[in-house]
Design a protein around this ligand. Sequence first.
Ligand code: NAD
Length: 357
Amino acid sequence: MNPFVYNANPGRVIFGPGSHSQIASEVQLMNAGKALVLATPTQSKAAHRLSDQLGELSAGVFDQAVMHVPAETAKAAIEAAKNMNAGCTIAVGGGSTIGLAKAIALDTGKPILAVPTTYAGSEMTPIWGITEAGVKTTGRDLKVLPRTVIYDPELLVTLPDFITGPSGMNAIAHCVEALYAENANPITSMMAEEGIRAIGRSLEEAVKQQENIAARSDTLYGAWLAGASLGAVGMALHHKLCHTLGGSFNLPHAEVHTIIIPYVTAYNTLAAPDAIGRVAKALGVESSADAASALFDLNIAIGAKMTLSELGMTEEDLDKAADIATRNPYYNPQPVTRESIRRLLDDAFHGRRPTVD
Ligand code: NAD
């Protein structure tokens, strides 16, 4: 076994149906004063309900969280936290809401209680991101790692099927890349493989039976492991490509991950046979050569969008995307060339079944 560094996840995690009833006692335990409740406009009602339930423990609600944390939203939220005398934040929502809590923490050091309601996994990472003038800057800082996380599968029963599926695949993508990460270690690999196994066996059910708590628990458990893997090791081609596509062509985060992950898995199969073999094992297929196809089949099973063209990309965009994604060198098991990435994008644009060759 090679020497490795393992970065710890949040110190306290509460998992289980109904656990959101412990939000008040967890705020008290954090001992950081009143909490500002954060949400997206869509989840505003739930945030106000929570704030009412918290009574004296709540500093108020800021319900303007949006995807990719625009700098002006972060600024307004930081102001709100100061004006309302909040000592900490509660982020009830997906990666967008948790991302906003992280922006506040980065600026003010206010600790976060995260209550994730998607499978994006941000609650398990010290990674922050802020977007200014169309450019997203990301970084790592332990200040933004939530202090406490409450995983309550009951909060996910309202997550619609068309968000549930891609969100689960987004989590699987974290796990796939963690398995062949440059700094992969036995602990994260164990978590990543188990994350794929848990989501792989339950995602279709969670999509088709939105209120199935057993399926929601299993997928959320997998998302926890996926987020922990993402937070602990570096990512590679898949995340680079999705970052490029999302940022430069304004494509929806989780859907892009969903479409791309089978192709990047195929691309890396021969160069990372052990890692991709673990992906195959977790998905219950024979060999590493079948892993990419199994992910493609899972996308079909959950009724996901299968082509970049469905997300609004045009064929002319593919050259530009390949240029941007290969402009700076970065680690990937299979060396990255402009020509091979252009081919990969073409397959993803048309939704062809991925092949390993
Ligand atoms: P999101 O947070 O934008 O949520 C998608 C939509 O679903 C929103 O409209 C939200 O209000 C709604 N929603 C969320 N939970 C719901 C529920 N239970 N019921 C009904 N509606 C619900 O999307 P996301 O995919 O969770 O997060 C994406 C963002 O997170 C991106 O900006 C991405 O870059 C970031 N991210 C960051 C990290 C990190 O480690 N920093 C990790 C993963 C994702």
